[in-house]
Design a protein around this ligand. Structure first.
Ligand SMILES: Cc1ncc(COP(=O)(O)O)c(C=O)c1O
Length: 426
């Protein structure tokens, strides 16, 4: 324990307070669906670095690909074509929605959004404005932050951001019609449609609370964009690469964006992101208009190729679709009265319907029982469960059962009053 405490106090001393840590642990190792702290204690990982490990930690095929690549080429060879990068982009185009056939690789989610913002400006010159969504999250660099509407603490003291951004509500507790009315109202009052280059939306709201939009939301947003020649940019940074039981969440409603952004899960934890569009749009990024030293480096590309192959060969998309549905149904049936259980595939959310069910307490109980999960929602009022796509059945069962035990107990307290809490341990 002392070793762990020493590391924690070192961390407090050397990191700025912006990096805060949910649980008092120091991770040293990951294997499959587990992470291990420096004391060797094992945890079921239902957080996966926020949806970053689709094929689990240190998958042998990913490790092998990284090792092989490290022996061949590590340094990105900018201005010289690089084989692994071409192989990867070809593969990514293969799995992207039809018509998205040109890709720019970068190092992170926020960078992929920056690229999409710049591409939108290039494609729609003379249209400086963007529309984005309250509770949407797109990243922390100044452009991405400008279209992020999830928490004002993310934006405080950083103004001026891009001034040409307008926000409307994501369809959570309101329907598509009401969202479109808000956009029409913007068009009538402050932001004419011919001034808008792009609308940025997450296909499923991630950080903002794992909100699954109504089925007609993306198709109708697509129609509205087409009507006014506005680009539709879908952020699949959290929801992409199989997480929702499709390669990309927009496929659930057969919506094809003009630009798609991705990162997180693609390379099993190595820094890689990108944005894709059709060739006609991408040609607007003329020579020198965008770039990145490290974007698409050989080792992340090799890791991404291996990750995608594992997802394909182990039929993980189908598995996630099937298993995710089962887990959702099971939790809905048990706790639906007290908790809004929602999700798609392995992007699962539990939002208590009553204040008495405290998300922090539930998560810290789960941690004590060896399961790590995260919060989301702008008041951190939602639990998100994001296991590796290849989590074995027994690990899923153990992790979900632990949540069930905790929720059973917490629900009991909610219905019987706090006096019950003192008499029981969980
Ligand atoms: C939907 C979405 N977009 C963008 C980002 C930013 O990605 P990154 O942290 O890699 O910059 C995130 C990160 O959580 C995200 O969930």
């Amino acid at each position: 324990m002392q070793l762990q405490e020493d590391y924690i106090s070192k961390a407090k001393n050397i990191f700025p307070p912006t990096s805060f840590f949910l649980e008092p642990m120091v991770v040293e190792r990951g294997e499959g669906s587990y992470i291990f702290d420096i004391q060797g204690k094992r945890y079921i990982d239902f957080s996966t670095g926020i949806a970053v490990a689709p094929v689990g930690h240190c998958h042998p095929r990913v490790v092998e690909a990284i090792t092989e690549q490290a022996q061949k080429l590590i340094c990105p060879s900018n201005f010289v074509l690089q084989k692994t990068k071409i192989d990867l982009v070809e593969k990514v185009i293969d799995i992207l929605p039809n018509t998205l056939d040109s890709v720019f690789l970068c190092n992170s989610g926020t960078e992929s959004i920056e690229g999409a913002i710049k591409l939108a400006r290039k494609v729609r010159p003379g249209r400086p404005n963007f529309i984005a969504f309250n509770n949407g999250f797109h990243g922390r660099t100044m452009g991405a932050l400008s279209i992020t509407g999830s928490k004002s603490s993310y934006r405080a003291d950083y103004f001026p951001l891009l001034p040409q951004t307008y926000f409307v509500d994501y369809p959570h507790k309101i329907n598509t019609e009401q969202v479109l009315e808000q956009i029409e109202r913007l068009f009538e009052t402050t932001c004419p449609p011919t001034s808008v280059a792009a609308i940025f939306a997450e296909s499923i709201l991630g950080e903002g609370g794992y909100v699954i939009p109504p089925e007609d939301f993306l198709p109708r947003l697509r129609q509205l964009c087409d009507r006014w020649e506005i680009l539709l940019v879908l952020d699949e940074i959290q929801s992409g690469f199989g997480r929702t039981g499709k390669w990309f969440a927009c496929e659930h409603s057969e919506t094809i964006p003009d630009i798609i952004t991705f990162a997180k899960g693609i390379a099993s934890g190595l820094p890689l992101g990108g944005f894709a569009a059709n060739k006609k749009l991408m040609t607007k990024l003329n020579a020198g208009s965008h770039g990145s030293t490290f974007g698409g480096s050989p080792i992340p590309c090799a890791a991404a190729l291996a990750t995608i192959k594992v997802i394909e060969q182990e039929a993980l998309i189908e598995r996630v679709h099937f298993k995710g549905k089962k887990i959702l149904e099971r939790l809905q049936n048990k706790f639906g009265e007290y908790i809004d259980v929602r999700g798609k595939g392995f992007m699962i959310a539990l939002e208590p319907k009553t204040k008495e069910l405290d998300v922090k307490t539930i998560l810290s109980r789960a941690y004590n029982k060896g399961v790590i999960a995260l919060t989301c929602g702008n008041q951190n009022n939602v639990i998100r469960i994001i296991p590796p796509l290849n989590s074995p059945d027994d690990v899923l069962e153990e992790g979900i059962s632990i949540f069930e035990q905790i929720l059973d107990y917490e629900v009991l307290i909610t219905s019987k009053g706090d006096r019950y809490r003192n008499k029981q341990t969980v």
